[in-house]
Design a protein around this ligand. Structure first.
Ligand SMILES: O=C(O)CCC(=O)C(=O)O
Ligand SMILES: [Fe+2]
Length: 316
């Protein structure tokens, strides 16, 4: 139960007029609450443990990043070279060029989506603007000193997403490594689409990737090819600047941009998703069988220890 937080139900975004079959419940209430002044404890009990999405409207209040604009970023870090992720691998770009392309992007001529930019590595001048770390994403078990530094991928991962009108995430997916994501919208609006894990049988999971769906643009699904998709009831949210969406691991999702948009996603691991992380390591970890089994046993022990620590200090 929420005690002190202020809650409003979020409305679904209006349908974007695609050719697919999004049914009428998409314009009803989404059931994803918008909350402010949410205590850490209420967050853990009402959302994190229940694996339930929520939009927190004041989580990034202290971030200097709330004042970012395309111009200020160009001035501060335009000279940087950044790595963006694409379906065909990583690409290196001049950051200034990405900003200019996104600013000029239109639905008819869409700029490349500059996504998953590792802020601390590629844009270090911006790192202080993202402090303090979101309290709901702390403590981050993945960053514990009980694991080697940057084990599997960077600790304290915060990624920047820069897109223009018409840009979209390429695929409906579930996040890797069991991570929970905090999607902090900083500039412009972003449409975020969530699909309940219970609807997985209708999503045509990629046979080569259990975390990916064969569905690309959910507004242009070929129902001859993917007839079961007609049963899917996506939750469509419009994230406003200042909103932070808690996206618990396991929820299918994707995103679309109606305009120039800047987003930071903070990755987090804690008592409710650590076992998923362990499961993913078991599947994707590298090295000999012996090494993987040893590391897995260590990860399980670390999880048990941190679970006791957090319970004793009332953190989860
Ligand atoms: O484009 C977005 O905001 C979604 C990003 C996302 O879901 C991801 O990187 O896993
Ligand atoms: Fe994701």
């Amino acid at each position: 139960m929420i005690h002190t937080a202020v809650i409003n139900e979020t409305s679904h975004a209006p349908g974007s007029g695609g050719t697919c079959c999004l049914n009428s419940s998409n314009v009803a209430d989404s059931g994803v609450p918008r909350v402010e002044n949410l205590s850490y404890r209420d967050f853990v009990f009402d959302f994190q443990r229940k694996r339930r999405p929520v939009i927190i409207t004041d989580a990034t209040q202290e971030w200097a990043a709330r004042a970012w604009t395309p111009e200020s970023l160009k001035q501060k870090v335009g000279h940087r070279q950044v790595e963006i992720r694409t379906q065909s691998g990583a690409q290196s770009w001049a950051f200034e060029e990405l900003i200019e392309l996104s600013a000029a992007s239109t639905n008819n001529s869409v700029a490349p989506y500059a996504r998953n930019i590792d802020v601390r590595r590629d844009l270090p001048e911006l790192w202080p603007d993202l402090q303090p770390r979101l309290k709901y994403a702390s403590p981050d078990w993945k960053s514990t000193k009980l694991l080697p530094k940057d084990f599997v991928f960077p600790n304290g991962l915060e990624e920047l997403f820069l897109g223009g009108q018409g840009a979209s995430f390429p695929q409906l997916h579930v996040d890797y490594w069991g991570m929970d994501g905090f999607v902090s919208q900083l500039y412009g609006r972003k449409e975020f689409i969530l699909i309940d894990p219970a609807q997985t049988p209708f999503l045509y999971v990629d046979p080569t990737d259990e975390l990916g769906s064969l569905i690309g643009d959910i507004d242009n699904v070929d129902l001859q090819q993917f007839p079961l998709f007609a049963n899917v009831d996506p939750i469509r949210l419009i994230l406003q600047p200042g909103d932070t969406l808690y996206n618990p691991n396991g929820v299918w999702h994707t995103a679309k941009m109606p305009e120039f948009s800047l987003t930071i996603i903070t990755a987090a691991w804690h008592s409710s998703n650590w076992w998923k992380f362990c499961g993913q390591y078991r599947h994707w970890g590298t090295g000999s069988r012996f090494r993987r089994a040893t590391v897995l046993a260590w990860l399980i022990a670390v999880g048990a220890l941190l679970g006791v620590r957090d319970r004793c200090s009332n953190l989860g």
